[in-house]
Design a protein around this ligand. Structure first.
Ligand code: NAD
Length: 386
């Protein structure tokens, strides 16, 4: 069926996510494999047009990857009718104005999470995209990770029975930036710049819980700023005004209780940087980014409480590795494949701006719950029936 070139304006491509995960490991990796082949034989060939503020950085990236097009003018790229998709991996506070303009210009839009800084803006984007009739999507990469895909397979196959509870541990030590550089940008630790672990992570927890386990009904969160001073990209100290840890309990459909700790001020004693331990009547699973392990009811060891005796049993040895069965590869690239196929061939893509708004909703309710010290219900948030 031939080759179909899709020109994609990529904004924020000098950043951590935009460059490494979306440009290099997704679209350029796709090109290295010869493009994306659709079921009808069409080969989709992504053609990035780099967009940003710093011409020298854009030119250097373009040259390093043999790309022709870059610009510092968002207006220019949105006026270019050969550009079909606008992708945004800028800092979160910049998503709303740029996406609004892209939707107005009739582009298909795809954006890093959170889709916007506030729920009102996130909903406004979803409404605008529906009104304009443009394909739209929000990055929900964790769903495409091998570990979570294997967990989902276990749950869908009934291996866990009725799910009772989930315990999630996310986090690692993010260096303060004084004697070792921080691994994350400083805006993440300033509330006034859209930072904070609740804003960052609860949109992930929303789609993971909703789609892999069960829909979220309520949230209770307690937050903290454990490290009040950090050092920025120029080595200057600044006040960390945003939360860097959140301890949350979510109630899900069917009475499932999900408790998730998120912290940038904890040291890892786990196998992966995030792990979800899910208990069900027929079995339990522990899923990380890559791995997923499972213990069925029939081989559950009889643990007995005796604090005076050594454990006597290697509890980890009783778990079984869940095989990949095709669940491999880069999560961001897998979702790009789904989005490109949606834009070009109209295949379903449920991870739209409404799903993105539900993530922003959970984050804003999490912040409110922590401020007010109480559990909050999560109201339904759907596209109005047309
Ligand atoms: N899916 C995930 O797992 C994941 C992980 C981390 C971050 N993110 C999201 O990706 C987005 C970018 O995060 P990042 O960690 O790559 O940040 P970053 O600071 O590394 O990159 C931000 C990009 O936006 C640009 N930018 C910064 N300020 C700007 C401004 N005022 N106007 C225009 N452009 C500006 C920068 O030049 C850079 O290209 C955020 O929305 C963040 O929430 C997603």
């Amino acid at each position: 069926m031939g080759k179909r070139v899709v020109r994609i304006a990529m904004n924020g491509v000098t950043g951590r996510m935009g460059y490494t995960h979306h440009l290099v490991r997704s679209l350029l990796a796709m090109r290295e494999r010869g493009g994306l082949e659709l079921p009808d034989g069409t080969t989709v060939w992504p053609e990035p047009v780099l967009v940003g503020r710093n011409p020298a950085k854009l030119a250097a990236i373009a040259e390093a990857h043999d790309l022709k097009d870059w610009t510092t003018s968002l207006d220019e790229v949105l006026a270019d009718e050969t550009v079909e998709i606008y992708f945004d991996a800028q800092t979160t506070s910049e998503h709303f104005p740029a996406l609004s303009s892209a939707i107005d210009a009739g582009k298909a839009v795809y954006v890093e999470k959170p889709s916007a800084s506030t729920l009102a803006e996130a909903v406004a984007l979803a409404v605008a995209a529906d009104t304009r009739g443009v394909p739209n999507g929000v990055v929900m990469d964790k769903l495409f990770l091998p570990g979570l895909r294997k967990l989902r397979r276990l749950i869908e196959g009934g291996a866990l029975g009725r799910i009772i509870a989930l315990r999630g541990e996310f986090g690692y030590w993010v260096f303060e930036g004084d004697w070792q550089p921080s691994q994350r940008p400083s805006w993440n630790y300033r509330a006034e710049d859209g930072g904070g672990i609740v804003a960052d992570m609860f949109c992930h927890w929303r789609y993971v819980l909703d789609e892999v386990v069960a829909p979220v009904h309520s949230v209770y969160a307690q937050v903290a700023t454990h490290l009040p001073t950090r050092w920025d990209e120029h080595g200057q100290p600044y006040s960390a005004t945003a939360d860097d840890a959140a301890f949350a309990v979510f109630e899900l459909d069917g009475g499932v209780v999900a408790q998730i700790n998120s912290s940038w001020a904890t040291r890892v004693f786990r196998d992966e940087l995030v792990e979800f331990h899910v208990d069900g009547t027929e079995g339990s699973a522990v899923a990380g980014l890559q791995r997923c392990r499972y213990q069925p009811r029939a081989v559950t060891p009889r643990a007995t409480w005796d604090p005076d005796a050594p454990p006597g049993y290697d509890f980890r040895a009783g778990w079984q590795e869940v095989p990949d069965n095709g669940a491999t590869g880069n999560a961001f690239e897998r979702q790009w494949e789904a989005f490109l196929s949606h834009v070009v061939a109209g295949t379903p893509f449920p991870w739209d701006l409404w799903a993105g708004a539900r993530g922003v909703q959970l984050a804003s309710l999490g912040v409110q719950s922590a401020r007010e010290g109480r559990k909050l219900e999560v109201p339904a948030l759907e596209a109005p029936a047309s």
